[in-house]
Design a protein around this ligand. Structure first.
Ligand code: NAD
Length: 325
C-alpha cells in the first residue's frame, strides 16, 4: 500500500470528490481542501480542510507534508456561468490566485508531483467554427484565442505550471479535460453544464411537454464520464509525459442529439424549443491522437452508458426536490 499523503485541492467539487474516493480505493492517505464540503455525499478524505486557497498561508498549510498534489480548485461552471461575461473578473482573479498560491507552496514544500486540471476551453475559436470538424490537437493552442476568460486563465496557468517545471524542477502533469459529467455534479445551481442541465429538464418536464435548449441545438461537443476521466488522470500521473494532454471523449454529438439520447434513456419523448442563450464555440471534441500515443489508451466507453447513470441520479434529485416543495 502506498501511504504517502496526497492533497486534493477542490475536494468539495464534482471531480475532486470523485477523485478523493478513487484515491482512497487505491489505498492513499488523502487530505482534501475546498471552500465547501461536497454537497451530495460526505468526503472520503482522511482529513478535510475547509478553507480558501486564495490565501497563501492556507495554501502553504495544506500543501505541507504532501507528496502528490492534485490542483482542481477553480471558480468554474457551465455556459450559464462562464459565457455570460458577468463573472469574468472573479474567475480570472480567483483561479489565478489559487494556482499562484498552490504552485508556490508546492515549490517551497518540495512536492513530488502536481496535477493541474486545465480545460478544452483553451483552444482557439478560429479552429472551432465548423461543428462537424473542430480542431483540438494539443499543439493547435497558439495563436491563442480562447472563447472565454475562463479559457484565458487556464492558458495562463498552464504556462505557469510549465514555467515552474522548467525553472524549479517541479514534476507537473497538465491535462486539458473535456466536458466531464456524472452523478454528484452541479445540476441546478447555475453552474451546471449541458448534460446535467438537460437531464434535469427532461426529468422535470411533464410527459408530452417540451424542454428549452440554448442556441439552434446544432452546436457539437463530446462528453466524458467521470470514471473514465479519473482513469485517464491516473494513467497520466503514472506516465513520464508532462502534457499538455487532452483527456476527453471523441464521441461528438450535437446538443439536440444529446437531448434526444437523454429522452430515450428516460423513455420520455419531448419537444425541443430553441431559445437564445449563452453559447461557446460551434463545435468541439477531443483529439485523442496524443493520449493514445503517450499512454497507449484513450477514453472509449459510449456516451449513453455514462448518461444513463447520470440521468438516474438527477431524476432522483428532481423527484426529491419536487417532494420537498
Ligand atoms: P467544481 O466547481 O465542482 O469544483 C471546483 C471546486 O473548487 C469547488 O468545489 C469550489 O468550491 C472549489 N474552489 C473554488 N474556489 C476556491 C478557493 N478559493 N479555495 C478553495 N476551493 C475553491 O468543478 P469540477 O467540475 O469539479 O472541475 C474541477 C477542475 O477541473 C476545475 O479546475 C475545472 O476548471 C477543471 N475542468 C473541469 C471540467 C468539467 O467538465 N467538469 C472540464 C475542464 C476542466
Amino acid at each position: 500500500m502506498n501511504n504517502h499523503l496526497t492533497l486534493v485541492c477542490g475536494a468539495g467539487g464534482f471531480i475532486g470528490a470523485h477523485l478523493v474516493r478513487r484515491l482512497k480505493a487505491m489505498g492513499r492517505r488523502v487530505r482534501g481542501v475546498d471552500l465547501k464540503l461536497p454537497p451530495f455525499a460526505p468526503s472520503a478524505a482522511d482529513e478535510f480542510v475547509q478553507g480558501d486557497l486564495r490565501d497563501p498561508d492556507l495554501a502553504a498549510r495544506v500543501v505541507a507534508g504532501s507528496r502528490v498534489v492534485y490542483q482542481l480548485a477553480a471558480d468554474m461552471g457551465g455556459a450559464g456561468f462562464v459565457f455570460t461575461g458577468d463573472h469574468d473578473a472573479e474567475i480570472m482573479h480567483n483561479s489565478s490566485q489559487i494556482n499562484l498560491n498552490v504552485l508556490e507552496a508546492c515549490r517551497r514544500a518540495g512536492v513530488g508531483q502536481i496535477f493541474y486540471s486545465s480545460s478544452a476551453c483553451v483552444y482557439p475559436r478560429h479552429n472551432q467554427h465548423d461543428p462537424a470538424a473542430p480542431t483540438t490537437a494539443e499543439d493547435s493552442v497558439c495563436p491563442a484565442d480562447p472563447d472565454s476568460d475562463y479559457g484565458w486563465e487556464k492558458l495562463f496557468s498552464e504556462r505557469l505550471y510549465f514555467a515552474y517545471a522548467r525553472n524549479h524542477g517541479l514534476r507537473v502533469r497538465v491535462a486539458r479535460l473535456h466536458n466531464v459529467f456524472g452523478p454528484e455534479g452541479s445540476w441546478n445551481d447555475g453552474r451546471e453544464k449541458a448534460p446535467a442541465a438537460l437531464c434535469r429538464k427532461v426529468a422535470a418536464a411533464p410527459v408530452g411537454g417540451s424542454i428549452e435548449i440554448w442556441g439552434d441545438g446544432e452546436q457539437t461537443r463530446s462528453f466524458l464520464a467521470i470514471d473514465e476521466c479519473l482513469e485517464g488522470v491516473q494513467r497520466f500521473m503514472a506516465s513520464d509525459f508532462c502534457g499538455p494532454l487532452n483527456i476527453g471523449s471523441a464521441e461528438m454529438v450535437s446538443i439536440d442529439q444529446l437531448a434526444r439520447m437523454i429522452m430515450e434513456i428516460a423513455d420520455k419523448p419531448l419537444t425541443i424549443e430553441h431559445i437564445p442563450g449563452p453559447l461557446g464555440v460551434r463545435g468541439r471534441t477531443s483529439d485523442n491522437r496524443l493520449i493514445r500515443a503517450r499512454l497507449g489508451w484513450a477514453p472509449s466507453r459510449p456516451l449513453r452508458e455514462g448518461l444513463a447513470a447520470t440521468y438516474g441520479w438527477i431524476a432522483t434529485q428532481v423527484a426529491a426536490a419536487g417532494d420537498a416543495l
